[in-house]
Design a protein around this ligand. Structure first.
Ligand code: MOS
Length: 739
């Protein structure tokens, strides 16, 4: 294979996409894989068919939350008809799932139990039903220890965190600034543990051919997951292949490997047959990843005119012993609003609960539930419009790092949103708009989400009959990757989309960033851009023109007055590798996507029930690659915002660490009946510092701030400010105005 053509983002770059006649990028192209999905022929991890009979494994979950496994009575399971074996490996089975992007195995060793539901063995049988029955019948004896199950009781033992996925900050004099502020707010916001609750459960089919292991799996980031698998099982990269062509959602819970993958691989090796392990929904809740609960102190100090000079955002979160991930709640707070005095602090409480990790905009999603409500409180105290307060405190440069923003159009989104939502009709005085038993109110919040670029490689092949094939191990987790990569290649190669085929989700293809942290489309899309640029160079040479003068359109190459069909310029396949890498522009510029959320709610004055009436999200995220898939991403994010504000709460029993609501019946997420008409608008923007597409991350922008707009609307409707999410009716009841 030839060496990749590389591009490193060290300065602003031009985008070839701006020179494409009749571009497809940006258009509302429907999902190219849509027909496969709606006809049930898109193959998800657990749906692969094999010539030989495969075996089914069911994970055995620990029934204690802290202690050790003393013994496993295998006969208790193998006595059941159809059960083939009880498989475990106390050393190699993984205890915790892995975090996204890690290159090594997660914590292994399952003799020691650290949380309730931790997988300790796999019962393998000829049928799924027999495996499940065997797992239920398996007798395990434990030596139990006292664990840490009560967050409040453990609070005193919290540790200060000094490094990790966000940097603590202390700038000038935050304490003094707050003490001397003309106007201030200083509150504790509490957010609960949450679960990603993706539709498709975590699942793996492991198959060995000699020393070659293939895993059909459901993972978001294949190249790093492969490294984790290799490390966990001590295998060479050449001997492992992961395939995740379609993924039924992940939302962070599939960024790293989870226990079923290693269990399936070990069982398949031992039993010399492919083994399929699909997690039960309860296991998805109990043994993959949760979002940590948080306690956030959010303090703002301003002068009488509303100029903020002090921002304090300190967070306490939780995780398993020794795990380093913490929720970077203040990741957007650093660059959110002006103010010379700033403090960000993180503390950790060690709990015997399922691993805490990334979930749907880790950081901003719950951090902005505090920050953006505190902004609303401050606006009330200042007797100022919350939109105006935000605009007044719009920083010119990043107030924390003191470097410029690449692009920042927050004010534009606020103005546009206020105008189109009818913000002017909002009653400034809370609890004074009533329709029958319903109190009506409006709220708003800013949206901010950091933009990143991650190294990615793609291969592009242009065939002599002018068909393009794009290959990368990037995944499509329902986000639209297949579609946007098709559009990028079609535009840059001047082909109709029907002549572009995108192949994803296979580690036999060049390694991409994967789907996580809203980096997927821009990172993998840029690698496709670089590979296509190289193809263009070859075509320009064949036509005899300078690459800068080449126009490719509708299968035709032209330049310098010449024009030829692409098919006449190629004899053999043109194969190129393109690689994008982050460079100086990610250090020298603060890059983020922005937006404004508006919500109107009705709160029942008798029952305290909140119904959302309408929502508007106005966003800027650089070039929008596909209006339709982008809008769908933002709809999804805003629906998550409804969940975070009103419903989602993973409850642990403080006596024994058991999850009390470990399925979709008891863990409430918004359903259609909870979701009002939502409008999503993108304002035009290009970010030449971000990448050659001039696009920025979008996937997690929609959730960031959405829940806060709802909380602020509830305040406006009722005059009640709640600090403990989710904002359920029981918390409002005793404060509602008299009927
Ligand atoms: Mo996202 S939480 O990075 O899948």
């Amino acid at each position: 294979m030839n060496k990749p053509s590389q591009m490193m983002m060290n300065q602003a770059v031009e985008s070839l996409l701006d020179r494409v006649p009749n571009p497809c990028v940006g258009e509302e192209l429907s999902r190219v894989e849509g027909p496969l999905k709606v006809s049930g022929t898109a193959t998800y991890a657990a749906e692969y068919k094999f010539d030989e009979e495969i075996l089914h494994g069911f994970l055995v979950s620990a029934s204690i939350a802290k202690g050790t496994v003393e013994s496993i009575d295998e006969d208790s399971a193998t006595a059941i008809d159809g059960v083939v074996a009880v498989v475990t490996d106390f050393k190699a089975f993984i205890r915790n799932s892995q975090q996204g992007g890690e290159k090594k195995a997660p914590t292994q060793g399952v003799k020691d139990v650290d949380y309730f539901g931790q997988p300790i063995a796999l019962v393998v049988a000829n049928t799924f039903e027999a495996a499940r029955e065997g797992a239920a019948a398996l007798k395990v004896s434990y030596k139990e220890q006292q664990g840490a199950f009560d967050f409040i009781a453990e609070l005193d033992k919290r540790e200060l965190l000094t490094s990790g996925n966000d940097k603590p900050e202390h700038k000038n004099n935050p304490d003094e600034g707050l003490a001397n502020a003309d106007v201030k707010v200083d509150s504790i916001y509490v957010t609960p543990s949450q679960n990603s609750a993706a539709m498709e459960p975590h699942a793996t089919i492991a198959e060995w051919k000699g020393d070659q292991l293939t895993l059909h799996c459901s993972m978001q980031m294949l190249s790093t997951c492969k490294q984790q698998i290799c490390d966990a099982l001590d295998l060479k990269p050449d001997n492992v292949r992961l395939i995740s062509r379609y993924v039924g959602g992940g939302f962070g819970s599939k960024l790293g490997i989870s226990p079923e993958s290693i269990a399936a691989a070990i069982a398949a090796k031992q039993l010399k047959r492919p083994v399929k392990v699909v997690m039960h929904r309860i296991q998805v809740f109990e043994s993959t990843v949760r979002r940590t609960n948080t306690r956030q102190r959010l303090a703002l100090g301003a002068d009488r005119n509303g100029r903020i000079h002090t921002i304090i955002h300190n967070t306490i979160c939780s995780n398993l012993p020794e795990e380093t991930f913490f929720e970077p709640t203040a990741i957007a707070t650093h660059f959110s609003y002006s103010g010379q005095n700033r403090e960000v602090k993180y503390e950790m409480v060690r709990m015997n609960q399922v691993l805490a990790g990334s979930m749907r905009a880790p950081g901003e999603a719950v951090g902005m539930l505090a920050l953006e409500c505190a902004m609303d409180e401050l606006a009330v105290k200042l007797d100022m419009d919350p939109v105006e307060l935000r605009k007044l405190n719009e920083p010119v440069i990043d107030p924390s790092k003191e470097i410029p923003f690449s692009t920042r159009k927050l004010s534009d989104t606020l103005d546009y949103g206020a105008k189109h939502f009818g913000w002017g009709k909002r009653h400034k005085q809370p609890a004074c708009q009533r329709e029958g038993d319903w109190l009506i109110g409006m709220g708003m919040a800013s949206a901010m989400r950091s933009n990143m670029l991650k190294p990615s490689v793609a291969r592009v092949t242009l065939t002599p009959n002018a068909h393009a094939i794009v290959e990368t191990d990037m995944t499509d987790i329902g986000t639209g990757t297949y579609t946007v990569l098709t559009q990028i290649a079609a535009d840059l190669l001047g082909l109709p989309v029907s002549q572009v085929e995108v192949r994803l989700g296979d580690t036999d293809f060049p390694p991409a960033a994967g789907s996580g942290g809203s980096v997927g489309a821009c990172s993998s899309g840029s690698s496709v851009y670089v590979a296509c640029k190289k193809v263009r160079d070859t075509l320009a040479k064949a036509l005899g023109v300078d690459a800068d003068n080449l126009t490719l359109h509708d299968g035709q190459a032209s330049g310098n007055g010449m024009s030829k069909p692409i098919t006449e310029l190629i004899e053999d396949d043109i194969v190129t590798l393109g690689m994008i890498e982050p460079g100086k522009t990610s250090m020298d510029y603060t890059q983020a996507s922005y937006g404004a959320h508006f919500a109107e709610v009705a709160v029942n004055v008798i029952t305290g029930e909140t119904r959302i009436r309408r929502m508007l999200g106005v966003f800027t995220a650089g070039r929008i690659l596909n209006e339709k898939t982008a809008r769908s991403q933002c709809y999804g994010g805003m629906v998550f915002g409804i969940g975070a504000a009103l419903m989602e709460e993973l409850l642990h029993d403080p006596r024994n660490g058991r999850l009390l609501n470990h399925d979709l019946a008891e863990y409430h997420v918004p359903v259609n009946a909870d979701v009002p008409p939502i409008d999503v608008v993108f304002l035009p923007e290009r970010d030449p510092y971000a990448n050659p597409l001039h696009a920025k991350g979008l996937g997690e922008l929609g959730i960031s701030g959405a829940g806060a707009a709802i909380a602020n609307a509830i305040y406006n409707a009722t005059g009640i400010r709640l600090y403990e999410y989710p904002l359920t009716l029981d918390k409002l009841l005793d404060q509602l105005p008299a009927i």
